[in-house]
Design a protein around this ligand. Structure first.
Ligand SMILES: C[S@@+](CC[C@H](N)C(=O)[O-])C[C@H]1O[C@@H](n2cnc3c(N)ncnc32)[C@H](O)[C@@H]1O
Length: 258
């Protein structure tokens, strides 16, 4: 299925920021103007954060429930803040789009997409019921109707076959190199379902970039846009964010298809 043709432009772009690889950082819960904390009955630290978009009459905010004791899927990671801002700035592109967010966790980008008029399916690991439950809660408190679906990368459960996104989102889903191949398998499967579809992802530029490049080649994908995630962020949202975060737009590379 996959072409082995090298895409030299993509290779160069992916190597551009390779000198600043770094580990996953502690999540930052500083983005909202308001953060409240309370102890739930089981003593887990549940917080809520408020995330604002726009500055005119069409502005809005999204409330997110996070859990300080859980890992990964119950924090709003910096990559998510950046991808959500990108969705907001590209809102005309998202209005009316069919969007699937992979590894959505607290789901901020997908919720912004829904807010600007996209038809959104939020997905996360099928085995993470607490994450999927939290996704339903954040949809509810924001009064947004999104589908919530267990979707484990590289696993082909029946509901996956009904998805036809023209935009796939993924914030900080490239952090565990052992999962990269499964992620790209799922991304490629979904990209093949809809012509001109795109995978938009934000990720920390870490040592996995050579693997990303290799797997994009393996799965016949190419990068059409690669930017510093901070380049389009309003300054008031960057003051407490850190890291070397990139935003990439990835599509099927049909140039070498067999
Ligand atoms: C670092 S968190 C990012 C969460 C959210 N996108 C954000 O940026 O705030 C990675 C997310 O990927 C999900 N995930 C990890 N492995 C997965 C897999 N094999 N299939 C589906 N989701 C997975 C985790 O449950 C988690 O929600």
């Amino acid at each position: 299925m996959a072409s082995r043709n090298k895409n030299k432009n993509t290779k160069l772009k992916l190597e551009r920021h390779s000198e600043q690889d770094e580990d996953n950082e502690a999540p930052q819960i500083e983005k909202g103007d308001k953060i409240t904390a309370e102890l739930s009955p089981d003593q887990d630290m549940t917080t809520s954060s408020q995330h604002y978009f726009g500055s005119t009459e069409d502005d809005f905010s999204i409330s997110i429930i996070e859990n300080m004791k859980e890992e990964y899927g119950l924090f709003v990671w910096p990559s998510s803040i950046i991808l959500a801002e990108y969705v907001w700035q590209q809102r005309t592109r998202f209005s009316g789009a069919n969007v699937v967010e992979l590894g959505a966790g607290t789901s901020l980008p997908g919720l912004v997409a829904a807010k600007v008029g996209a038809d959104v399916t939020l997905t996360d690991d099928s085995s993470r019921s607490e994450v999927l439950d939290n996704m339903r809660r954040v949809c509810s408190i924001n009064n947004l109707k999104c589908r919530v679906l267990g979707l484990t990368w590289g696993v082909w459960d029946a509901p996956v076959f009904s998805l036809r996104p023209n935009i796939i989102l993924g914030a900080d889903v490239l952090y565990d190199t052992s999962a990269f191949d499964d992620l790209f398998a799922t991304v490629t499967f979904l990209l093949q379902k809809c012509p001109d579809s795109v995978f938009i992802t934000t990720y920390h530029n870490r040592s996995g970039h050579h693997l990303i490049e290799f797997l994009m080649d393996k799965w016949c994908l190419k990068c059409t846009k690669l930017v510093d995630g901070f380049s389009f962020m309003p300054s008031h949202k960057t003051s407490k964010l850190s890291g070397n975060i990139q935003l990439a737009e990835i599509v099927l590379d049909n140039s070498g298809s067999k």
